[in-house]
Write a protein that binds this ligand. Structure first.
Ligand code: NAP
Length: 248
């Protein structure tokens, strides 16, 4: 039996990268998987079929993570379509990098809204369902950049640091209801996004990591399987770094 058998999970931003890996690992472990995407419509539709091939119920929703009203509609639809919600993974995220001197107000607002406000949106809207069920596992994807900061990413670092404060506060508020909330902080994970970067630059990043390699999306997903499962029933309010000891 899979570690997530009988559970329903919602993963935001699962059309590619880390979110896609989480959705696939969840299905492999027996979870029914609801997920969102925004611009990658074809890839979202293809993922439904791949998840269903693993023998679970799956549905994709085109939903903008930064919009509160969209989150409300999404959670209502997921609960209606799947009958429950046990695991919520807030993964959708973007970067709009630049030095502070050149960062526009729009770049700041976009990143804060997609990365941080999105977590408030879904958690706020899913809480009633979790409280009724007297259980729930919330997993927010932050970043080592949220722990350490990064030149050229003031907006992104602020959004990811905000996620950590939000995660800990939710864990404190909802712990008595058996609702857990944790954050996963990936380091440098090799996705399609990094494939297009200059190989020499990327090799430099790999060399600076104690494990001498970038991480794979599946390695972040494995941590999310653990946090979503009943193997972690007394773990809440934590930030787990998945970074090959990059930030240690
Ligand atoms: P990615 O490949 O660019 O995927 C991002 C996902 O988020 C896509 O599925 C995208 O969907 C979705 N998304 C973006 N804006 C959205 C919106 N407004 N509403 C709904 N969905 C939206 O990125 P990734 O590398 O897998 O990163 C996933 C998460 O891990 C992010 O939160 C990121 O900050 C975090 N992270 C990544 C790394 C890394 O090294 N890769 C390191 C630390 C943390 P569409 O394409 O359909 O728009």
């Amino acid at each position: 039996m899979g570690l997530l058998q009988g559970k329903t999970a919602l993963v935001t931003g699962a059309s590619k990268g880390i979110g896609r890996a989480i959705a696939m690992k969840y299905a492999e472990q027996g979870a029914n998987v609801a997920f969102t995407y925004l611009s990658s419509v074809e890839r979202g539709e293809a993922l439904v079929k791949e998840l269903e091939a693993k023998g679970v119920q799956a549905k994709g929703y085109r939903s903008d993570a930064s919009e509160y009203a969209a989150a409300e509609e999404l959670i209502n639809n997921v609960v209606a379509d799947f009958g429950s919600l046990d695991i919520l993974v807030n993964n959708a995220g973007i970067t709009k990098d630049n030095l502070l001197m050149r960062m526009t107000e729009e770049m700041w607002d976009d990143v804060i809204n997609v990365n941080l406000k999105s977590c408030f949106n879904t958690v706020k809207c899913a809480t009633r369902t979790f409280m009724k069920q007297k259980s729930g596992s919330i997993i927010n994807i932050t970043s080592v950049v949220g722990v350490k900061g990064n030149a050229g990413q003031a907006n992104y670092a602020a959004s990811k640091a905000g996620i950590i404060g939000f995660t800990k506060s939710v864990a404190l508020e909802l712990g008595s209801r058996n609702i857990r909330c944790n954050a996963v902080a990936p380091g440098f994970i090799e996705t399609e996004m990094t494939e297009v970067l200059d190989e020499k630059t990327v090799q430099g990043w790999r060399d600076a990591i104690p494990m001498k390699r970038g991480g794979q999306p599946d390695e972040v997903a494995d941590c999310c399987v653990f946090l979503g499962s009943d193997q972690s029933t007394y773990i809440s309010g934590q930030v787990i770094q998945v970074d090959g000891a990059m930030l240690t």
